[in-house]
Design a protein around this ligand. Sequence first.
Ligand code: EPU
Length: 340
Amino acid sequence: MQFEEHKSLATLNTLGFSQHAERYIEVDNDELLNEVVAYANQKNWPLFILGGGSNIVLTKDISGLVIRLTSETIHYENRGEENSWLFRLICSAGVNWHRLVRDTMSRGLPGLENLSLIPGSTGAAPVQNIGAYGVELADRFESLRALHLPTNEWHTFDLNACEFSYRDSFFKRHGGEYCITSVNLLVGNDCPFETSYESLEQALVRRNAEELTPSIISDTVCSIRQSKLPDPAQICNVGSFFHNPVIPAEQYESLKQRFSSIVAYPQADGTVKLAAGWLIDSLGLRGQREGNMGVYDKQALVLVHHGGGDGNELLSFADRIRLGVREKYGIELSIEPQIL
Ligand code: EPU
C-alpha cells in the first residue's frame, strides 16, 4: 500500500480548487479496498471517497485518507427470455459515466441516452441520483455493491434500499459511510424513449430524423448540453449549483399571480418544482461576474470559477444569489454539490 502525502486535488475537482488531501491512494480492486480501509480504520484516519470530483466544493484540505476507485470494467448479462433484449449492466465505480452511456449506445441499447454527457464517475451516479431530460438513474437502476467503511463489510442495495428521490439518495444522507464499488443497471427493450422534456422534444423535431434511435437521442442531448452547460475541461464548474425548489401548489399559485412568466413543473404529488435557473436569471444575474466567480451566461443555475478563487469565495457568492432569490420570491435555494 503506497499512500501519497499532501496530494494536490487541483486536477481532481472540476472547480479546480487547489486544496490537498493529507493522504491519497488509488484502488482498483475489492481486496485492496478492504486492506486499505482496514489499515485506515486501525489508524483512525477519516476516509473520503473521491469520484470524478464533479459534484464537490472544496473549502479546505481533506484530512485522513482520500481514496479514488480506478477500476473500469463494464459487463453485459443478457437477462431476457429468448428474443427479448434486456441486459444487466454491471459497471465498476471508476468508469466515467458518459463512457458507459456511449458504450451502451454503440451496442444500440436504449436506456441511458437521456443521461448523456453528465460529468462524473459511475460510482458517484447513485449518490445524487443523477438525472436529466426526464430520466433519473433510479429509472434504470437494479442494485449496487458498497463497502460499509466503519465495519469494512460488503452490502448489496436494491432499488428500495437506495431511497432515491430528486437529486437525493440514502448515500447522500449517510454522507461518506459507504464506498460504492459497482452499479447494476437494466437497459434494453424495457426502456421506452423519453422525449417529452420540452427542449429535447423541440430539438428532436428540428433534427427531423426518420426514425428515433438511442444514439440520435443521445447526440441530441449532447448538443443541448453543449449549447448551455460549460464543459468543465474549459470552464471550472459543477453543473447545477442549486436544486430546483419544490413548493406547495398554493405558494406557486400566489407567485404565479405576481410573476406570470415563472417557469414551473407540476409534480405527481401535487407539489410544484420551480426552475431555479429562471429565478436567478430573473434577478438579472445571468452572465454576471464577481471577483473570480460568475453565473454562467447561458444557464443561470450554473456557477463558474474563472480561476484564482477558492471554495469560500464561491460559497459567499452563492449566498448573495440565495439572498436575492429569498428577498424577491420568498424561496430558499439549497446547494446541490457536496461542500467539504
Ligand atoms: N431558465 C431560464 N434561465 C436560465 C436557465 C433556465 O429562464 O438561465 C428556465 C428556462 O425556461 C428553461 C428552464 O428554466 O426552460 C429549465 O432549464 P433547463 O432545461 O436547463 O433545466 P434546469 O431545471 O435548469 C435541470 C437539472 C440539470 C439537467 C436539466 C435537464 C437540476 C438541479 N438541474 O436543470 O442537471 O441537465 O434539468 O434535465 O435539477 C446538473 O444536475 O448538474 C444538471 C445540469
